[in-house]
Ligand binder design. Structure first.
Ligand SMILES: *Cc1c(COP(=O)(O)O)cnc(C)c1O
Length: 413
């Protein structure tokens, strides 16, 4: 890149970005101690015999989770992808059945639908990266779908009251994918409480790090019992605590397949003490997010995503759009930022990279070609992770690099 190509707007070269954006949250010492204890005892399976008055860590985590979000029942599984698969199965979704899903999401979300044999029906998004209610209505009516798997991708929340109302009106059951919204609320109410089921992730890059893990939350007796049986509880489901009465399971015995997608006691032990740290983590990432938002808002060509006043988000990642830039220019932004050590991601990449993809790249999904608006929005969208362990100064350096890279790239044609 010739830095003097645009002499009237010379930016000083930015400082080098010094922080590893893939840095996970460390496990608190109490979690490490408990994990060691479990490993010494070998009792890693959640259904080992427990002494009277003792509870397995997985059951404890379920209880804590249900209390934290405010739902009656919780079921631990081995990932959020599994949680969504089990949730869909537990509500009775059948092979061949259409299931609605917003087009801005992570690959395991249409994957969970396909895993049940159902057919993903993709719904357009708006400039705010949330589901387009008009298209939701249209696709629900044209497909006859009875279920919406609503993915709060990168933590962006639609008007959840409006979505619930549309679902009620259309007779569509709502399942929320809250992999990126643990700790987030809409108008004071936690995500995962708006639909029939909320699905959460404990994967390393989410808000609680147990390596792998997922949690299903619901208030529905029958769904909870089915989810517990599907998760692989054998006939020892009585060891669960955040579960419906034993009588609910009786008619389901032998009717519900065991998919062996259990949460391990070890994952639960590592996750448990992190629940106490959640408010602190949310505050930390939001401070960083707001710093980035303020600085990037000032950069010519960069468009920051608006967030609704009722949205209490967890800013664990930051998105901005470059609506006036060509693919070549956005590529140049990525390359220049990378040269300064800042690994920004781009949803418009021609081949899937890292964890980032967009609908057209899910070739097994037949409706993936039909989302022109979502494709157009994602083709301009950039993304970076905001780890809680990052410092405010790193946000300032990141913004300097983004500013510089955008300016340099604006001269590319
Ligand atoms: C990470 C993520 C998932 C999948 O979670 P896993 O626990 O990795 O299966 C689903 N949806 C969204 C929005 C995510 O960010």
């Amino acid at each position: 890149m010739n830095q003097s190509s645009n002499p009237t707007h010379v930016e000083a070269p930015p400082r080098r970005f010094d922080f590893d954006l893939t840095a996970p949250d460390p496990i608190p010492e109490s979690g490490i101690a408990r994990a060691n204890e479990l490993m010494r005892s070998g009792r890693l399976f959640r259904y080992v015999e427990v002494a009277d008055g003792e509870t397995n860590d997985a059951a404890l985590l379920e209880t804590r989770f249900s209390e934290l979000i405010g739902r009656r029942y919780a079921v631990g599984v081995n990932s959020c992808g599994s949680a969504m698969f089990v949730a869909l199965r537990a509500t009775g979704v059948q092979p061949g059945e259409p299931v609605l899903v917003n087009g801005y999401t992570l690959a395991p979300v249409p994957g969970a639908i396909q895993h049940t044999g159902a057919v993903p029906v993709l719904v357009e998004i708006t400039e705010n990266l949330t589901i387009d209610l008009e298209d939701l209505r249209k696709k629900a009516e044209s497909s006859g779908a009875r279920t919406l798997l609503l993915s709060h991708m990168r933590g962006h929340l639609p008007d959840l009251e409006a979505v619930s109302a549309v679902c009620d009106e259309l007779g569509v059951a709502l399942i929320e994918d809250c992999a990126h919204t643990l700790g987030a609320r809409w108008d004071g109410r936690p995500t995962g409480t708006f639909g029939k089921i909320g699905c959460f992730s404990l994967q390393t890059f989410k808000h609680i790090n147990s390596g792998e893990g997922g949690v299903i939350l619901t208030d529905d007796d029958n769904i909870a019992a089915r989810a517990i049986l599907h998760s692989g509880s054998y006939m020892v489901y009585g060891q669960h605590q955040a579960r419906p009465p034993m009588s609910v399971f009786e008619p389901l015995r032998g009717q519900v397949a065991n998919y062996s997608l259990r949460m391990t006691a070890l994952a639960a032990a590592v996750a448990l003490p992190q629940l106490d740290l959640l408010p602190e983590r949310v505050e930390k990432v939001n401070r960083l997010y707001r710093e980035l938002e303020t600085l990037v808002r000032e950069i010519p060509y960069a468009h920051v995503i608006d967030r609704a006043p009722k949205e209490e988000y967890v800013g664990s990642s930051f998105q901005f759009a470059l609506p006036d830039f060509s693919p070549e220019q956005i590529s140049a932004v990525m390359r220049i930022a990378n040269d300064y050590g800042l690994h920004v991601k781009w949803f418009g990449e021609s081949v899937m990279q890292g964890f980032t993809s967009r609908p057209r790249q899910w070739e097994y999904v037949s409706s993936a070609q039909d989302l022109p608006r979502t494709e157009a929005i994602l083709s301009k969208l950039c993304d970076m992770r905001v780890p809680a362990t990052m410092q405010l100064e790193s946000c300032q350096i990141a913004a300097e690099i983004i500013r510089f890279a955008i300016q340099e790239a604006s001269a590319v044609d």
